[in-house]
Design a binder for this molecule. Structure first.
Ligand code: BDR
Ligand code: CA
Length: 310
């Protein structure tokens, strides 16, 4: 069976780190590149973290540096969940490989051309790099099979009552992506909050006998405390891993095509992903597949299966 060519655009990021570790063990993926964007922390950290994580897990996949700020807005980081450095305080050895100098959006376009029409883009940070690639290259929209994102929500938000972090960070970029004509599969809070790991499951995963399990243990601690102690949730949401697992195993999920736009103007509502899922008035295009349900047991089993391969 031919593999799915994949690029992972991310802002590592604690859950981004687990997403990268999982993607690295998915046999049906041919991971061509990791591209980094500012979001959870500054671009210098996300680029450094992306390079270090890929090195640590023994991957030769090149890592590219992308946007240092959202298209029109100032960067707002998420240090309360990911720490200042984006790794929750975990210190990895610095990658000794020469850093790639090609910009993230140029790498995305070049690889999309090479894999014309087959490339799947998994975007689990703010959509800035995707938007720059779309605006710089007119043929971009015809080269990508589909985009799977972690971002948004049909209902509610986490950064504001309306907006999920990745969309809140760069709503203009997200709207460009959603209206580009490329089909977008949206793993938003509706499903990522249900794709959680309980404290027991975290402990079992962290106890696996590998250095990757130790890394997982390190990066999950801050968010585990945040979700269980502060939010009183049954476990720690696996936002970015959810998008990676969906891209490979969509049969574990349910969802629906709908019309979707991003609110970019509202003072309170900026960054809201507005869907016509429950509405009489329907948008003209069904441009997004909103993932609404996960078989959590099967999701957790898959995470264990992939992490046990290390
Ligand atoms: C998303 O925001 C980031 O903090 C996480 O890495 C994830 O991509 C969750 O809202
Ligand atoms: Ca992320």
């Amino acid at each position: 069976m031919s593999k799915i060519p994949v690029i992972i655009d991310c802002d590592p990021g604690c859950d981004d780190t687990l997403a990268l570790m999982l993607a690295n063990q998915i046999d049906m993926f041919d991971v061509l590149a990791v591209t980094t964007v500012a979001g959870n922390t500054t671009i210098d950290y996300t680029f450094r973290n992306g390079r270090n994580v890929m090195d640590y897990i023994g991957s030769e996949v090149p890592v590219y540096k992308g946007a240092e700020k959202p298209l029109l807005r100032e960067l707002v980081t998420a240090a309360h969940i990911h720490g200042e450095d984006g790794m929750g305080g975990v210190v990895l050895p610095d990658s000794q490989k020469p850093a790639e100098t090609e910009a993230a959006w140029d790498a995305i376009h070049r690889l999309a051309l090479e894999h014309k029409g087959e490339l799947v883009l998994i975007a689990v940070g703010p959509m800035t790099n995707v938007a720059i690639a779309l605006s710089k290259y007119a043929d971009m929209k015809d080269l990508i099979k589909h985009i799977v994102i972690m971002g948004g929500a049909a209902i509610g938000g986490n950064t504001t009552p309306c907006a999920e972090f990745n969309i809140f960070e760069d709503p203009e970029a997200a709207e460009m992506m959603f209206t580009s004509g490329i089909p977008v599969y949206m793993c938003g809070l509706d499903v990522t909050m249900e794709s959680y790991l309980t404290p027991d499951e975290v402990a079992q995963l962290a106890a696996l006998d590998s250095k990757e399990a130790k890394l997982f243990h390190g990066v999950v601690q801050k968010s585990l405390a945040f979700y269980t102690e502060l939010l009183h949730r049954p476990g720690v949401a696996q936002h970015d891993p959810c998008a990676v697992i969906f891209a490979a195993y969509p049969e574990l999920f349910k969802g629906e095509w709908c019309g979707l736009h991003v609110e970019t103007k509202g003072k309170i509502t900026a960054g809201k992903t507005v869907t016509d899922l429950y509405s009489d008035k329907q948008f003209d295009e069904k441009n997004a597949f909103v993932v609404t349900e996960v078989d959590r047991e099967a999701f957790v089993k898959k995470v264990f299966e992939l992490m046990s391969k290390y």
